[in-house]
Ligand binder design. Structure first.
Ligand SMILES: Nc1ncnc2c1ncn2[C@@H]1O[C@H](COP(=O)(O)OP(=O)(O)OP(=O)(O)O)[C@@H](O)[C@H]1O
Length: 330
């Protein structure tokens, strides 16, 4: 959409720091819709509701307006990506949703409750660019950490971790340590950990940003399958247009500082082939993913996101063929 107030969405944070009173948020996750569409329901029907939020850092000459009057809504189960030039406030927005930071003005609700309450009751999981695993703990011990902290019993922990490791394809690596895994495997452990407490919302900040292209595409497909299985909503920060389009129901395009929502793009890809009921093997899923990436609807959505991003350049008299700083065109 061109009027941010008319559509909702979600996002993820840029660093791994957590407030002192947090016992590890639960996990990572989905998409956005307009506040006009969600306004037919109560605010509790939205996974995320950001209302007229601004965030200003510093004072006087060093003041930075990171977000200016941002409003968006993410529906339960929706996958929403945030994309925009470097410094436009994507991570700041994600951090506000995660209650890792507070808005200067405006409100943030998660499932109809203040973000702080949602964090304390572990309604969301988080995954960042750095996996952030504890090197002295095995894969199993890393994944079960949030469950241990929340007092889940031993038997239930074991059962849950077995399921999660299965889900991310790491059942055979439960007793390995992080430094015995590839970067992609470490990131899958982090995603499993983020899902430990069955969050209804996943907040992800460039979780695949440090991975090679092949691993990245494979994990994108895996993430879609995991989301189809868990039905979690996801707010996903990325610099990659194709990644945003491949994963999302909705792509939220942000403008350069002060960060505002410039446009919301409905992607409209048919991802039924990646749904759990039809997935037969990882290779088959990857093949479905490859088909999706060459589909007309995919190419069309990539073009629409690119045009939305380039609007800034056009307005500044720049070349429409050049990407804004910090946006990966691959
Ligand atoms: N704690 C802070 N103190 C001061 N300024 C900050 C702080 N956090 C973020 N900013 C500023 O707010 C603006 C938005 O930052 P943010 O990290 O949200 O952008 P981003 O879109 O995620 O960038 P990138 O794509 O490069 O990761 C930037 O100008 C940044 O310098």
């Amino acid at each position: 959409m061109t009027q941010p107030e008319a559509r909702p969405t979600s996002v993820a944070p840029a660093d791994t720091s957590l407030p002192a009173d947090s016992a590890l948020p639960a996990g990572t996750a989905p998409s956005a819709s307009s506040s006009s569409s969600s306004s037919t329901t109560t605010s509790t029907a939205s996974a995320v509701r950001v209302d007229s939020v601004s965030r200003v850092f510093g004072r006087g000459t060093s003041q930075v307006v990171a977000l200016d009057d941002v409003s968006l809504t993410v529906a339960p189960g929706e996958f929403v990506s945030l994309i925009g030039p470097s410094g436009c406030g994507k991570s700041t927005l994600l951090r506000l949703v995660a209650d890792l930071d507070q808005p200067t003005s405006g409100t943030v609700e998660v499932f109809g409750r203040p973000a702080r309450q949602a964090r304390l009751s572990r309604e969301y999981g988080i995954a960042f660019q750095q996996a952030g695993l504890l090197p002295w703990r095995t894969v199993r011990a890393n994944v079960e950490l949030p469950l241990t902290l929340s007092g889940t019993g031993r038997g239930a922990r074991r059962e849950r971790v077995d399921h999660l490791l299965d889900l991310v394809g790491l059942a055979d690596f439960a007793d390995r340590f992080p430094d015995q895994l590839s970067g992609g495997m470490q990131q899958r452990v982090a995603i499993a950990r983020s899902l430990a407490e069955e969050p209804s919302l996943l907040l992800m900040d460039e979780p695949f940003g440090a991975l090679d292209e092949m691993t990245r595409e494979h994990l994108q497909t895996q993430l879609l399958r995991i989301c189809a299985e868990t039905r979690a909503a996801v707010v996903f920060v990325t610099h990659s247009i194709p990644e945003a389009v491949f994963l999302s129901d909705t792509v939220v395009v942000m403008s350069p500082r002060p960060g505002r929502i410039r446009e919301i793009v409905d992607v409209g890809l048919d991802r039924a082939g990646i749904a759990p009921a039809t997935a037969v093997s990882t290779a088959a899923e990857d093949a479905v993913g490859d088909d999706l990436r060459t589909a007309d609807a995919f190419v069309d959505a990539v073009a629409r996101v690119r045009t939305a991003l380039h609007g800034d350049l056009a307005a500044a008299g720049g070349s429409a063929t050049r990407a804004p700083a910090g946006v990966d065109q691959r």
